[in-house]
Every structure is written in C-alpha cells, then in structure tokens.
Design a protein around this ligand. Structure first.
Ligand SMILES: [Zn+2]
Ligand SMILES: [Zn+2]
Length: 98
C-alpha cells in the first residue's frame, strides 16, 4: 500500500498505516480480518459438540461421502441470511451453505 500524497510505502503502526516520509496516516482496512476471525470462532464452537449435532444426507465436496453433521448459525447482522454449516462425518471437512 502506498501513500496517496507522496507515493512512498506505508508502514503498519498499530491500527494505522503510516507514511514515514510525509506523516500521512490511514486506518487499516480490517473488515476481512474481522470476518475470518468470526469464522474461526464459529468453527471452534462446532469442534466441541460435533457428536451432538444432527446428521443429514448431503454430499461432501471433498471426499464424496453422503452424510454430514450440520448446524445453523445466525449471522451477526439481522438482514443476513442464516448459514448452515456442514461437517463431513467421514473426513471432517467443513463447508457452509447460504
Ligand atoms: Zn507520504
Ligand atoms: Zn468428506
């Protein structure tokens, strides 16, 4: 990422990107990081109680097995649809369906 003012490289400093040459600073675009952290958390929850989850017949995109545990996740924004997360009973692969 480059400074829009003087064109030199921006350096990360805390939550900002800072230009060492002219002092320009910009907040990091952190949206993607937040999303991936949220997904990790969702998956971590599943890890613990996977044996209690209901099973359904769905084809695993990885190994072709036709049975998977599933769990419904309400996403944080009310206008986002619910997400169904599957865990393959055979290979443990996880994927989501919107
Ligand atoms: Zn600059
Ligand atoms: Zn599988």
């Amino acid at each position: 990422m480059f400074c829009p003012k003087c064109g030199s490289l921006l350096y990360p400093k805390g939550k900002e990107m800072v230009c060492k040459r002219c002092g320009f600073r910009k907040e990091k675009e952190g949206n993607k990081i937040i999303v991936s952290k949220r997904e990790e958390k969702e998956f971590a929850v599943i890890e613990e109680d996977v044996s209690l989850l209901p099973k359904t017949s769905v084809i695993c995109p990885k190994c072709g097995n036709n049975e998977a545990y599933w769990i419904l996740r309400q996403t944080r924004a009310a206008d986002e649809p619910e997400t169904r997360i599957y865990t393959c009973t055979k290979c443990g692969h996880r994927w989501r369906e919107y």
